[in-house]
Structures are given as C-alpha cells and as structure tokens.
Write a protein that binds this ligand. Structure first.
Ligand SMILES: Nc1ncnc2c1ncn2[C@@H]1O[C@H](COP(=O)(O)OP(=O)(O)OP(=O)(O)O)[C@@H](O)[C@H]1O
Length: 705
C-alpha cells in the first residue's frame, strides 16, 4: 500500500506540473480560452498519454489498478466537469484561474482515497475477487447467448418503458401548473393527451418487458439445470460419496434458479435504473439545479452505507445457503430412512438434530434481520435530513418566483424514483456480487471433469463372457491409500460356469463386483472381458452384457414395468412376462391389482424384500446378459426360488459370479474363490477346498458348529 501511495504522490506532482505548464502557457500567450470543449478534451487525452508513460516508467510497466484509476480520474475529471458546465451554462468561457486547475488533482485524489479505502477496502485480494467476479458474471452472460433475440426484445421494451416512465412526472407537473392557470390553457387537452399516451406506453412496454424477461429466464434455467444434471450424471461414484444427495439437489434447484434470477433480474434492474437515472437527471437539472445537487448528495452517502451492508449481507447469505442445504439434507435423510429411524426409535434424536439445524438457521436469519433493520433506519434518516433541507430551500425559491408549484411537484415526483433507482443500482450490483458464491459453486460443478476413464467403442456381436482379473489392486478413493480393499487379485470367471466368491465380511467381494461394473477403476492391474480391458467397451453395451443384481436393489417410484425395463429402449411386456415366468415371479405379479402396471411406491416400498430381489433378477434377465453378477442377490428368496433363479441364470452358457454367505448356494458352484483381507487365499471346487482343510473348510466348520 505504501508503494501505491508514493507512486500516487509522484503522479499527482507530475500532473500538477502539467497543469501549471498549461496555465502558464495560457497566461503567457494571453489566451482567454484554451480552445473550448475540444481543447479541454484534447488536453485531457494528451495528459493521459503522458501520465501513462510516466506511470509505466515509475512502475516498470506494471502499474497497480489503483494507480490506473487515479490517472484516469486525473485526466477525465476536468473535461467531464467542463462538458457538464458548458451544457448548463454554454455562454461562459472556461476558467483559467489556478484554483480551477488544481481542483482536478485534489478531487481525484480524494475520490481515489474514498473509493480505495472506504468503498473497496484494501488490497490485492479485493482486486483478485473483483476480477474473479467479473469473469464469472461474463461467463454467466454467455449462457444467455441462445436467447439473444429475446433479450434484445426485452431490453428494447425496457428502454421504451423507461423513456415513457421518465416523462410522466414532468407532464403531471405541467398539468398541475395549467390547472393553477400558470400556463396557457389552450394546450391543456394536448398535454393531457400526451400524459395519457406516455402512461399507456409505460404500461404496455413494462408488461412486455416483464413477460419477455421471465420467459427468457425460464429458458435459461431449463438449459442450466439440464447441463448441470448431465454433468452430475457423468461423474464417478466417488463424487456422489463425497457430495451428499441433498447438497447436489440444492445446487441443481435452488442455486441454478437463484443465479439465473439474480443475474437476469439485476441486469434488467440495472439497465432500467441507469437509463432512468440519466434521463431523470437531465429533466431534474432543467427543473432546478439546486435541488438536483441536494438529491445527488444523498447518493454517495447511501452508496457508502449500502456497500457496508452488502459486505455483511454477503457473508450472512453464504451462511444461510449452507444452513439451508444442511437442513434439506437432514430432512431428506430422515424421511428417506424412516424405517430405520422408526425401528431404532430414532425419532427424538432426529427431531433434536433437525431442531438444532433450524436453530442455527434462525440465528443467521436473526443477525441478517438486525443488520437489515439498522441499515434501513440509517438510510431513512439520511433521506429525511435531505428532504428537510429541500423543503427549506423550496420555500425561498417559490416565494422569490424562481420555482413554480408544478415544477416542485414534478421534482418531488422524480426525487423518490431517483433515490430508489440509485438504491436499485447499488442493490442490483451488491446482490449480483453476493450471488457470485452460488454462481462459482455451480460453475465448479459444471467444469468438473469426471475422474474415470472414458468408455471405448467396442461392442462385439458375440461375447463369450470370460472375465479375467490381472493383479488387480484397488483402494477406495475415500479410504487411506495404505489400506487397499483389493491386493493384487488375480482370478478368472469362465463362460457357462458358476464361480462363487466367498470370504468374511469386508474381505473385498463387493469391491470385485463394483470393479467389474466399472463403478470404480483399479489402481493397478486390469480386468479383461474376452481379452479386452473393460474400458474398451461401449458404456451401454458393457452394462447390458454384464448385469449386476445386488442384495438390496434400488427400485424407483413407478410401475413394475418401468422398473424392469429401466434404461432399455426395446423392452416389451411380453419379454418381461417371459423372464418373470422363467424365475417363477409371474405368479405374485399377476396377483397384484394392476399386474405389471402396479405402482411399487417410493424405493419399491410396497414390495417385500424377496419380491424386490425377484424384480431385480427379472430386470437383469430382460437385458439378455452374457455375464451375471449376483451379489447376495437371492438371499431373501426361499430355497426353491433360489434354485430356480440359479438354474435360469446358468442357462444359455452365461458366466455367473455368485457372492454369497449361504454356503448351500456356494457348494453348487463350479469354482470357489476364497478371498480374505482383499487377497485371494485359496480356490478350487467345493470338494477340493474341503479336502484341503484350509480357510474355506474352517469357515464351513465354524458355521456348522
Ligand atoms: N465406498 C467405500 N469407501 C471406502 N471404503 C469402502 C467402501 N466400500 C467398502 N469399503 C471398504 O472396503 C473393504 C472391502 O469391502 P467390501 O464391501 O468389498 O467387502 P465384502 O467382502 O463385500 O463385505 P460383505 O460380505 O460384508 O458385503 C472393507 O474394508 C470396507 O470397509
């Protein structure tokens, strides 16, 4: 900061020298004018070029943004001031006295200090944040590109509406003066007609503007949600382990809605308010420059207040979003796991946790309410003070005949919208900036590259179904790297044969199945299907040809038919019925009221666990897979049903992998692989392993005893 101050000081000195040179030149050459407005702007441009070179020399070509702002102010302030003055009083020449020339550097330095220290806070961090914010907002705007035409229409309606809006108070004032007999009465009808036309235009264009914006916003929301949902679906399983479903759902719905709404509505409000403010300023200056100045004093005061408030509000808003997502997640978790909650008598605990989360949210909201109340109070007091000053001044202006009642009325009609315009500009900006956190979270998800290998293009017509594990080592991404779930596992599943994976809990059986379904990628080694790595196969082909049925299959709300044919395009009711008959499930389905169209409730809640497993087996069979992975898939079926299912899956020369704790099922396998602590310890047929009297034998003995 010291560097900036020193550099700023040098620039100010240099600028003062340049101004003195100009002043001396004008005095020596006895010029009463420096070339009018053109001369002033030319001097400003020349000064900018010279100061730019000077600044570059001073900072080795890397000037800080604060310095650039100071230089811009130094060069622009005087020409802008002169232009304004010429517009107001075109017949007076530019001042050549020293005071006026020094006014520029002094006011620029003051403005810079106020801006950098009071409004912007300090430092590089702010600069980086500003840059990041700008980049995010620019990127957000690119998502509006497909709606450019609608946006153009919306902004056109907006500008037309604002123009009509702005002139209404002026005409109202004129009508009041006419009613008081201060202006010629003949044009009364004409003026009222103009007023009516402006009001009508304002109503029509405002309606069109609102509708078009809403429509565009709805389109943007749909596009963004679709894009984000697509990105979620592409992510690897670990992503869903790290990010809770409630959080992701909140991002997808509330956050996308919020970012679209904030950016679109604030852009709308910003443009509307800026256009309106400029037009109003012009009309107000025409009515009374003194009142306009008084109104303008209100602006910087409100700006400082608003800036402080935005900083606090942003902080609280982030906290509120987090609390909101947490509450949602908590409620979702409890409601979706209501059976466990009920059976473990966890209602009180869940209520306590939810209450605590709500309490947290309440505290944040209470703080936000207090800040908002204080801010509103101070703002109102500032506005009230200015209003009193204006009324005092109005009294003397009216009594001296410099102001008519109609003009005063018009002015008051402008004053309120003028302050609300400014508040809208500041609020719009602040609100957009405070939504940057939400926008950046959504963009982070959109930019996330899935950490899994892309599927290949292989989809052979004929698949044998030989699966080979070659020295597969695997660690779950969320587990410590020194604790692999599988350690150099090598095994083979043969077509037409049933292989059983046996081992104690946590030995790595499900991990093998998950790797075969490519839910995770091995850390070392590879898994081959008919001699080709799994990732060479097409995603759809692989999952159709290699079907998995797990112990607790996930079913969706909807009909039985929907669940069985889920993800398949060519699934006919005949095909489903045929598969159901083959696994003896048709009987219980036929007994249901709507048969295959029966709604099974959320997560299949209206079905028994055994029925859910039957549905999952039918779902696998209609895919006509060549490899079937049964991870405790028949554990809830009766013995006869288990037998039928095993017979059916073994038909057609399929490769079958069975993960089971029930050794009765395992005994029937052609090949048994015993896995312990992530490593294959022994393998063979049931007889071979029993004769060997190793781990498999001991496990069977333990179960028997
Ligand atoms: N998603 C996960 N993240 C981290 N670690 C996991 C995950 N799933 C399983 N594990 C760990 O990996 C190891 C092997 O688990 P796996 O589910 O493969 O065992 P399993 O033999 O199928 O057990 P079970 O017979 O009880 O189903 C265990 O130590 C387990 O704690």
């Amino acid at each position: 900061m010291r560097e900036v101050a020193v550099c700023g000081l040098f620039i100010l000195l240099f600028d003062a020298v340049l101004c003195l040179a100009l002043w001396a030149g004008l005095v020596i050459l006895k010029c009463s004018s420096c070339g009018g407005l053109v001369g002033v702007w030319a001097f400003g441009a020349l000064k900018w070029a010279v100061l730019h070179v000077f600044t570059s020399l001073l900072t080795d070509g890397k000037p800080r943004v604060e310095i650039c702002r100071l230089v811009a102010l130094l060069c622009l302030l005087f020409p802008v001031f002169e232009s304004g003055r010429m517009l107001m009083a075109p017949h007076t020449g530019p001042p050549t006295d020293l005071n006026m020339l020094l006014l520029g550097p002094v006011s620029s330095s003051l403005a810079c200090v106020v801006w950098e220290k009071v409004l912007c806070g300090d430092g590089k961090m702010k600069e980086d944040t500003e840059l990041g914010t700008r980049r995010l907002l620019m990127r957000m705007l690119t998502y509006f590109r497909p709606d450019s035409l609608y946006l153009f229409a919306a902004f056109s309606f907006l500008i037309l509406g604002v123009v009509c809006d702005t002139f209404i108070p002026l005409y109202q004032g004129r009508v009041i003066d006419m009613l008081r007999g201060e202006v010629l009465q003949s044009s009364f009808g004409y003026t009222v007609g103009q007023l009516a036309l402006l009001s009508f235009g304002s109503a029509v264009f405002s309606g069109l503007r609102g509708g078009t914006f809403m429509w565009t916003l709805a389109r943007l929301n749909n596009r963004l949600k679709c894009l984000l949902f697509h990105t979620f679906l592409q992510q690897e399983i670990h992503f869903f382990e790290e990010n809770k479903a409630g959080h992701l759902s909140s991002r997808l719905h509330s956050d996308v809605d919020k970012m679209g709404r904030t950016v679109a509505l604030n852009a709308n409000a910003l443009v509307r308010s800026i256009v309106k403010t400029c037009l109003m300023l012009k009309v107000m200056l025409g009515l009374s420059w003194e009142f306009t100045v008084l109104t303008c004093i209100e602006m910087p005061l409100l700006a400082v207040l608003q800036n402080r408030y935005i900083i606090w509000y942003k902080e609280l808003k982030d906290k509120m979003q987090d609390c909101h997502a947490e509450n949602k997640e908590l409620a979702f978790q409890t409601i979706s796991g209501i059976r466990t909650v009920r059976s473990c008598n966890g209602e009180r605990e869940e209520l306590r946790r939810y209450n605590e989360a709500l309490d947290q949210m309440y505290k944040v909201k209470r703080r936000s309410g207090i800040y908002s109340a204080v801010f509103l109070l101070v703002r109102r007091l500032v506005t009230l003070g200015i209003k009193i000053l204006m009324l005092v001044r109005a009294r003397s202006l009216i009594s001296s005949g410099h102001l008519s009642i109609g003009s005063l009325m018009s002015f008051f009609l402008y004053q309120k919208p003028m302050s609300s315009n400014l508040q809208e500009i500041l609020h719009g900006y602040g609100d957009t900036v405070s939504t940057v956190g939400v926008i950046s979270k959504v963009f982070n998800y959109l930019d996330r590259t899935p950490q899994c290998q892309k599927p290949g293009k292989l989809a052979p017509e004929k698949l044998q179904g030989r699966v080979v594990f070659q020295n597969v080592t695997f660690t779950y991404p969320s587990a410590p790297q020194e604790k692999p779930a599988l350690k150099s596992v090598s095994m083979e599943l043969h077509p037409g044969k049933m292989t059983a994976l046996v081992g104690p809990s946590g030995s790595g059986k499900t991990s093998c199945v998950s790797l075969m379904k490519r839910l995770y990628e091995p850390k070392h080694g590879q898994i081959l299907l008919d001699g080709r790595p799994l990732h060479d196969y097409k995603h759809k082909y692989l999952h159709q040809k290699m079907a998995l049925v797990s112990q607790n299959p996930v079913l969706f709300s909807g009909s039985l038919l929907y669940n069985i044919g889920y993800g398949l395009r060519d699934c006919t009711i005949e095909k489903v019925k045929e598969a159901a008959v083959r696994v003896n499930a048709d009987a219980f389905i036929s007994e249901m009221e709507n048969k295959y169209d029966t709604d099974i409730g959320e997560g299949g809640g209206k079905l028994s666990d055994g029925q859910k497993q039957s549905i999952a087996i039918i779902r696998a069979l209609v895919r006509e897979p060549q490899v079937i992975l049964l991870d405790e898939a028949t554990s809830k079926l009766d013995v006869e049903a288990q037998h039928v299912v095993l017979q059916e899956v073994l038909a057609c020369g399929r490769t079958v992998l069975v993960v089971a704790h029930q050794l009765k099922t395992v005994e029937k396998a052609d090949h048994i692989i015993f896995i312990e602590e992530g490593a294959v310890v022994e393998e063979g047929t049931h007889q071979e392993l029993m004769a060997k009297k190793g781990r498999y034998y001991r496990l069977k003995e333990e179960l028997f005893s």
